[in-house]
Design a protein around this ligand. Structure first.
Ligand code: NAD
Length: 276
């Protein structure tokens, strides 16, 4: 199965479908990521705060997969924002992952109240120049945060990783991304199981029409919208199900019926209010 790749604004390429490790138990991470790599995933979305970079690194090392066939993302946690603290945090992440570089390093949340995200963005640019990460981006950044870092450095993030699922479709930030050449990644692409997404008639009808599951329809909706995503599951069967999404295509009508589910319904924190 060939996962399409997307070319980022710095020329790097990223597999559009990956595997995320939020809330994956650190003790089980090596096994779960090994399963994901065996299923065929080559793009892993990690973060320092998930506490499981060591398990991700062990699975990568044990897999024997050539480094240039993998795309590994990790993220700078809020309390490490700044200059030296961000450099140290990146070094620690690389050490835990057992890697010389990651493919993508993100500022996890803007935390505008700390007023360190512009400094952090400048530091990420330096880390990229130093070869510790191939690409740099942000997560949970709203328009005001993006405007500030772009005006302050002239560097447009390769990606903004946002909460994004059918009930919370992020149309404005997607439009802004398209305007400035910044790709959008979806976190919680299946709504994190926090609302009954899979019972929506639009998803059920499309699933029935294609002989697939509502989860597979949701993943296709993201892919056909040009979104990069990495749904998470501890179950190997679901990992395989979520990866088996390249044998059918949603029609324009089916896409429109899923687009119509957008109702501004978050399942996670509002980045403008987050204080963790
Ligand atoms: P998700 O939308 O991927 O949902 C995961 C839930 O869906 C799990 O409970 C899982 O059991 C269930 N699920 C998965 N596949 C299924 C299937 N085929 N059928 C039925 N249920 C299924 O939520 P997520 O894990 O929060 O998001 C994906 C990734 O995004 C994370 O693992 C992480 O890498 C990233 N993320 C980033 C941020 C951020 O702030 N940047 C926040 C949350 C998550």
């Amino acid at each position: 199965m060939t996962v399409p790749t997307i070319t980022l604004n710095d020329g790097a390429t990223i597999p559009q479908l990956g595997f995320g490790v939020f809330q994956v138990d650190p003790e089980a991470t090596e096994r779960i990521v090994t399963d994901a790599l065996e299923v065929g995933y080559r793009h892993i979305d990690a973060a320092a705060i998930y506490g499981n970079e060591i398990g991700v690194g062990r699975a990568i090392a044990a897999s024997g997969i050539p480094r240039d066939e993998l795309f590994i993302t990790t993220k700078l946690w809020n309390s490490d924002q700044g200059t030296q603290s961000a450099i140290d945090a990146m070094d620690l992440s690389l050490e835990k992952l057992g890697l010389d570089f990651v493919d993508l390093y993100l500022i996890h949340w803007p935390r505008a109240d700390l007023d360190r995200y512009l400094d952090s963005w400048q530091t990420l640019a330096q880390l990229k120049a130093d070869g510790k990460t191939r690409s740099i981006g942000v997560s949970n950044f709203h328009r005001a945060h993006l405007d500030k870092i772009i005006a302050g450095t002239g560097i447009v993030p390769a990606v903004d990783q946002l909460e994004l699922h059918p009930a919370f479709a992020q149309r404005e930030l997607r439009a802004f991304g398209a305007e400035v050449g910044m790709h959008i990644q979806a976190w919680g692409p299946l709504g994190q199981g926090k609302y009954d997404l899979f019972s929506e008639p639009a998803l059920q009808a499309a699933a029935e029409a294609h002989g697939v599951t509502p989860a597979q329809v949701t993943i296709r909706w993201h892919l056909q919208n040009g979104i990069i995503l990495f749904p998470k599951s501890n179950s190997r069967n679901r990992m395989a199900e979520n990866f088996d999404v390249f044998g059918f295509e949603l029609t324009a009508e089916q896409m429109a019926s899923i687009d119509a589910l957008d109702r501004g319904q978050r399942v996670g924190s509002n980045p403008d209010e987050a204080t963790f």
